[in-house]
Design a protein around this ligand. Structure first.
Ligand code: BG6
Length: 427
């Protein structure tokens, strides 16, 4: 089936940095030659200049064109519908690369103009709402014109190669499949540390903060992959259901177990002296699942920290204090899995030393970028790496107690030095 890909916000930052480069790679496979890209923009766009800036060449010039319209004008959507003229044997994939505040209106007006037939798919970027109430509103509004089946909510962390590997590793290796419960696992940590600050995204970040930006989607989804049951026969289409079941068993977060902080200099960067927006958050969750009773799960994320790394650390129960017990999923960078092992130090003595037992991909392995993956999956109708509405709601339900507690807290927020280590901020 031929695909027409409509991108709202084709001149925006996400499109330049991620989507257009991902599309270049997708065309390079030779499997999507007949796909056409129609960018939507408020103003006229010099397409070759846009491509040159984003890709360093104009190789996609014959694939991309731009339709200029006023996003608030209902008649323009009728014009758009005529212009794209989707045939019965074609599909229209619509990528909303615009701020969430703009998407609701676009969705309504597309629906009113009749751009919502069964061959239309919508791809949304997070955040899906700003709290539980607004998330419910957003989902209800979209459901007026589109079925859940047509909606693809992107969480690019789910599409990272190593996130998918959590499923493979847990399910396909008897050693680890057997270990996967509270009898053997003592605690779980998911740590996403970034060395960059807010990089000019002050307006977005001031309304968002680390909890909404990274924990609500990315880290909750990684946690769900760690906790969920592995589908029978590795049927990947069951993944959303399995993730949801795991999220449903998580208890709402306890504010007394959460820490938030802000990096020094943030307020100046954000142009808001006195801002209490958190750029760092650490929280603990517990599950009511029989398999996971009593296993604390710590989620940590922050900006302007020492390193750019995302890791899942599984701490196994020890029989003796002197045993090694950590299994690590390196989601990025150096994608792989490692475990420290004690071995006897070679020689006549009886000392021990530690070495890594590890897996990483051979150096020249090309791991598809998460955005390539989401676009290809949406085109092919594979929904397992997208967030279903139930997961969005449950994730907000779990985190809402923190948002509520913080909204009443008018103490100045704790500060941390830029380039700190995550452990230094939490202490
Ligand atoms: C985005 C957040 O969803 O994820 C950003 O909005 C964050 O604030 C980014 O920097 C991190 O993604 P990645 O793939 O670079 O780890």
């Amino acid at each position: 089936m031929t695909t027409k890909l409509l991108i709202y916000g084709i001149t925006g930052d996400l499109s330049r940095r991620k989507l257009l480069p991902a599309l270049k790679e997708i065309y390079a496979t030779g499997e999507y030659d007949d796909m056409q890209i129609i960018g939507v923009s408020r103003r006229d766009v010099d397409v070759p200049a846009l491509l040159q800036e984003s890709l360093g060449d104009t190789s996609l010039a014959d694939k991309v064109r731009v339709f200029s319209m006023d996003l608030a004008n209902a008649d323009d959507y009728v014009r758009l519908k005529e212009d794209i003229n989707v045939q019965a044997d074609e599909q229209l994939v619509v990528y909303m690369s615009v701020p969430p505040s703009a998407t609701t209106q676009i969705v309504d007006l597309m629906g009113e103009a009749g751009i919502n037939g069964p061959n239309v798919k919508l791809l949304f970027e997070k955040p899906f709402g700003m709290d539980l109430t607004s998330a419910r509103d957003v989902l209800d509004r979209t459901a007026r014109y589109y079925d859940e089946q047509q909606i693809y909510r992107i969480d690019h962390y789910l599409a990272k190669e190593m996130a998918q590997n959590i499923v493979a590793f847990r399910g396909r290796n008897a050693l680890f499949a057997r270990l996967w419960d509270s009898k053997n696992i003592q605690s779980i940590e998911i740590i996403a540390s970034e060395n960059i600050g807010i990089e000019g995204r002050a307006q977005f970040y001031e309304q968002t903060g680390a909890l909404r930006d990274v924990v609500q989607g990315h880290l909750m989804q990684l946690l769900a992959l760690v906790l969920m049951d592995i589908p029978e026969d590795f049927n990947w289409s069951e993944l959303p259901k399995m993730r949801l079941a795991a999220l449903q068993k998580l208890a709402p977060a306890d504010p007394s177990k959460a820490i938030r902080a802000q990096y020094e200099g943030y307020q100046k960067e954000a142009g808001n002296p006195g801002s209490r927006t958190e750029t760092y958050v650490s929280l603990e969750l517990m599950s009511n699942d029989d398999n996971w009773q009593g296993v604390p799960m710590r989620l940590v994320t922050g900006k302007a920290l020492k390193d750019k790394t995302t890791e899942i650390r599984i701490h196994l129960r020890k029989e003796r204090e002197s045993q090694s017990n950590q299994l690590t999923f390196h989601i990025q960078p150096n994608e792989g899995i490692s475990m420290q092992l004690y071995v006897k130090k070679p020689g006549y003595g009886h000392e021990f030393e530690t070495h890594d037992l590890s897996f990483s991909y051979p150096e020249n392995t090309k791991l598809p970028d998460a955005y390539e993956r989401v676009i290809v999956d949406a085109i092919s109708g594979r929904k397992n790496l997208f967030t279903e509405s139930g997961e969005v709601i449950r994730s907000w339900e779990i985190l809402q107690p923190l948002l509520d507690a913080w909204s009443f807290d008018d103490e100045p927020i704790a500060q941390y030095q830029k380039s700190s280590d995550t452990s230094a901020v939490s202490s």
